[in-house]
Design a binder for this molecule. Structure first.
Ligand SMILES: [Zn+2]
Ligand SMILES: [Zn+2]
Ligand SMILES: [Zn+2]
Ligand SMILES: [Zn+2]
Ligand SMILES: [Zn+2]
Length: 157
């Protein structure tokens, strides 16, 4: 009996005497199709998303690991890996620091918070003068020779 599994040439449709298995989408010799179908449905699982065949026993693990969707608190659905990236980089509910105070707020709320927060008065710890928080950075650079990146809410009260 000839081996029916030889060659990676099955991509361009069935060759003569072969048929595409409706389950695994592989090209199978017609005469072994009946046998193949029986075994194929029992042993293989065709993932519609990857368009690849996997052993049946890996089906649950595969769907879980590769294709399950996780819902972020913001309501968007992601696969596991992208959910982590989303939470870190782009979720509107991720916590980001305020530029003017020690608070961490939802990214989506930072604009309004900083507008209010930056307008509050604060005391410069270097010269005890009062400024709005949003003007503090400029003040520290101009009057106290500070580098922009070294300035934080710890410089004022
Ligand atoms: Zn098959
Ligand atoms: Zn898949
Ligand atoms: Zn989110
Ligand atoms: Zn603030
Ligand atoms: Zn000052």
């Amino acid at each position: 009996m000839l081996s029916a599994t030889g060659g990676a040439a099955g991509q361009s449709g069935p060759s003569e005497g072969e048929e595409i298995c409706g389950h695994c989408r592989r090209s199978i010799p017609q005469r072994s199709m009946t046998m193949h179908s029986l075994r194929c449905e029992r042993n293989n699982f065709y993932c519609e998303i990857c368009q690849k065949v996997f052993p049946k026993q890996d089906q649950i693990k595969h769907m879980d690991l590769v294709h399950s969707e996780y819902i972020c608190e913001c309501g968007e659905a992601f696969q596991q890996q992208s959910l982590q990236d989303h939470r870190r980089d782009s979720c509107p509910l991720r916590l980001v620091p305020c530029s003017y105070c020690p608070l961490h707020i939802n990214q989506i709320a930072r604009g309004p918070h900083q507008a209010e927060c930056g307008n509050r008065e604060a005391l410069c710890l270097e010269c005890n003068q009062t400024f709005k928080r949003k003007e503090m950075q400029r003040h520290l650079i101009r009057s106290h020779d500070r580098e922009k990146h070294s300035i934080s809410f710890k410089d004022w009260l």
